[in-house]
Design a protein around this ligand. Structure first.
Ligand SMILES: [Zn+2]
Length: 126
C-alpha cells in the first residue's frame, strides 16, 4: 500500500470521513495517489467531506468474489460522485428498493465497516 493510501485508511479507521484533495485545484480523488488525477499537482492533503454524493451506477453482487464476502451476499455496490467530481465505489445499505433507483439520486456517505475495515458506505436518499 502506498503512503497516501495508508494515511487515508488510518483516518477512516479513526472515524474521519475524508478523501485525498488537491490544494492546487481543490478537487478530490479516490484512490489517493502521488499526483492529482485532475491537474497533476503533487500538492495533496486529506480533507473532510460532508457525505453528500450522487448515484452514478450500481450492481448487486450475488456471488462472493472471495471467501471473505461469502456470508455477505447479496450486497449492492454503487459508483457515486462527490460534489467536486471524485468517483467512489461504496457498499450501499438499505438496497431493498434498488430496482427503482435512478442515476443522479442523492447518496449520503458515512463510514461503515466492510470485512473488518472502515470504509465509506452509502445510503440512497430519495
Ligand atoms: Zn488538482
Amino acid at each position: 500500500m502506498n503512503e497516501a493510501a495508508a494515511q487515508l485508511w488510518a483516518e477512516w479507521s479513526a472515524g474521519r470521513l475524508c478523501l485525498q484533495q488537491c490544494t492546487a485545484c481543490g478537487r478530490s480523488q479516490q484512490p489517493p495517489g502521488p499526483v492529482c488525477s485532475w491537474c497533476h499537482s503533487t500538492s495533496l492533503t486529506l480533507a473532510d467531506i460532508d457525505g453528500s454524493a450522487e448515484l452514478v451506477s450500481w450492481s448487486t453482487v450475488h456471488r462472493a468474489p472471495t471467501k471473505a464476502f461469502a456470508d455477505q451476499v447479496p450486497y449492492t455496490l454503487a459508483l457515486v460522485r462527490v460534489p467536486d467530481g471524485a468517483l467512489l465505489e461504496v457498499r450501499v445499505a438499505g438496497d431493498e428498493g434498488a430496482e427503482s433507483w435512478k442515476a443522479g439520486m442523492p447518496v449520503v456517505l458515512a463510514l461503515g465497516t466492510v470485512v473488518d475495515r472502515a470504509l465509506p458506505t452509502g445510503r440512497v436518499a430519495g
